[in-house]
Design a protein around this ligand. Structure first.
Ligand SMILES: [Zn+2]
Ligand SMILES: [Zn+2]
Length: 137
């Protein structure tokens, strides 16, 4: 992989396509109630500096204000859940499932496990945080 186009991804219908030009540390699974509803299960995210994300196609990209401090990006045509953007933050969270394969990434940790749903277990031995965890350095 080149440094300039490390990872690519997009929604189910192709209306939203993006490139990530900086390699993320890995994937973080968020088990909060908002992620669960937004994704239909827990949210698996990579975190990227906003200036390292290029959105090449966004005709169908729509944003939902999910809380007083954040918006969630999704495709208004196919319904794919794509982005989490905190107000005033220099980082963008991208749903790992929307990345084109192979990513070469691994899952790092679980966050907001205090809010996880009751129908699944977390048994992969990775670090767990009851609430959020510090952003990767
Ligand atoms: Zn779409
Ligand atoms: Zn969450």
């Amino acid at each position: 992989m080149s440094d300039k186009e490390v990872l690519t991804g997009g929604c189910l219908c192709g209306g939203v396509r993006y490139r990530v030009t900086e390699r993320p540390m890995g994937v973080v699974n968020c088990h909060c109630g908002q992620c669960r509803r937004f994704h239909g299960h827990f949210g698996a995210y990579i975190t990227i500096p906003r200036e390292a994300v290029v959105i090449d196609a966004q005709d169908t990209l729509s944003w939902y204000r999910s809380s007083a401090k954040a918006q969630r990006g999704f495709c208004a045509r196919c319904g794919s859940s794509l982005f989490w953007k905190g107000d005033g933050e220099a980082l963008l969270d991208i749903a790992a499932g929307s990345l084109d394969q192979p990513t070469g990434l691994t899952t790092l940790r679980h966050i907001h496990v205090a809010d996880k749903a009751d129908y699944y277990a977390i048994d992969d031995g990775l670090e767990r945080f009851p609430q959020g965890a510090p952003e990767p350095p």
